[in-house]
Design a protein around this ligand. Structure first.
Ligand SMILES: Nc1ncnc2c1ncn2[C@@H]1O[C@H](COP(=O)(O)OP(=O)(O)O)[C@@H](O)[C@H]1O
Ligand SMILES: Cc1ncc(COP(=O)(O)O)c(C=O)c1O
Ligand SMILES: [Mg+2]
Length: 276
């Protein structure tokens, strides 16, 4: 049996909930064959869980990309890219890959950390990555940074922000309202370039949602590799991540990762899709 090949260009979250670990687990759950080109390694201080980001040499990143692309990739996702040079290398790799199934998750901060990785990264993402995106999946903060409008706080502001990001070249945009948006449901806005849709699921009260963003974007990537449309891909991804968050758990006193394999084991919560 031949599997669809999915590649993530992303960082390693040593704690296993986010980053390329989330991507690989999610790719596997979607029946695709996952590969990794590793950009950085994130480690945590055992006392207090402060994150430390260590980039890998860019020559090593390039070799990984060359290895993976030589196999013929069906869909590519980007995650944590900590420097402008890494962002440029990722953009070149995507252009070279020949696939249009490209998901740009514009990771700028780790959840719970409030320092952006590198301020120049936003402009580099706009230049090298957004024009290649079949879909980009910013959270509220990242969307505001890309659009240059500040963090959106309402659905109306999210619509304006999504339009701006689309104008920057991304064919479709999902802005993840998640827990941060003051709505009753966990609400994401999907813009396909023409129409806006709200994707809503029950807001889970727990804080065990580490890796939710990576898991969502990796689901979209695998779904595109499997031949779903962008709209079908994001709807399934919302179901997949909602189940993963509903079954999030405490890894230790500091962090609660999502359960990446929850949908296949326990089913998914209801997701409603409304054109607005
Ligand atoms: N507490 C929650 N309950 C239900 N869904 C959530 C919750 N927190 C986040 N989500 C969903 O998880 C996905 C990832 O969103 P978010 O956590 O904002 O991204 P990121 O991890 O990139 O900051 C989105 O679909 C969002 O709506
Ligand atoms: C390597 C890596 N990538 C991405 C992220 C972002 O994770 P999330 O899915 O919570 O946005 C993190 C957060 O810790 C990370 O360590
Ligand atoms: Mg994220």
């Amino acid at each position: 049996m031949v599997l669809k090949k999915t590649l993530t260009i992303a960082g390693s979250d040593t704690s296993g909930g986010a980053g390329m670990q989330a991507d690989l687990k999610t790719f596997q759950e979607h029946g695709t064959y996952g590969m990794v080109a590793l950009t950085v390694v994130v480690t945590m201080d055992p006392n207090g869980w402060t994150h430390n980001v260590t980039p890998l040499p860019t020559e090593l990143l390039q070799k990984q990309i060359d290895t993976a692309l030589s196999t013929g990739i069906d869909a590519i996702k980007t995650g944590m890219l900590s420097t402008e040079e890494i962002i440029r290398i990722a953009g070149d790799a995507i252009a070279k890959s020949g696939t249009t199934n490209v998901v740009i998750d514009p990771v700028m901060v780790c959840k719970g950390e409030d320092e952006v990785l590198n301020p120049g990264n936003t402009d580099a993402m706009i230049q090298h990555l957004l024009p290649l995106a079949a879909v980009t999946t910013p959270n509220l903060f990242e969307a505001g940074q890309l659009a240059g409008t500040g963090t959106p706080k309402t659905i109306a502001e999210m619509k304006t922000t999504a339009r701006k990001i689309h104008e920057l070249g991304a064919k479709a945009v999902v802005i993840k309202g998640g827990k941060a948006l003051a709505t009753e449901k966990a609400t994401d806005l999907f813009f396909d370039g023409e129409k806006f849709y709200l994707l809503e699921s029950e807001k889970v009260a727990s804080t065990y949602n580490h890796g939710a963003g990576c898991t969502f974007a990796a689901s979209v990537t695998a779904n595109l590799a499997n031949g779903l449309s962008v709209k079908e891909a994001v709807i399934e991804a919302k179901e997949f991540v909602s189940a993963a968050i509903a079954h999030g758990w405490a890894l230790n006193d500091y962090v609660g990762p999502v359960m990446h394999g929850a949908k296949s084991r326990f089913g998914a919560p209801q997701v409603t899709v409304t054109e607005i």
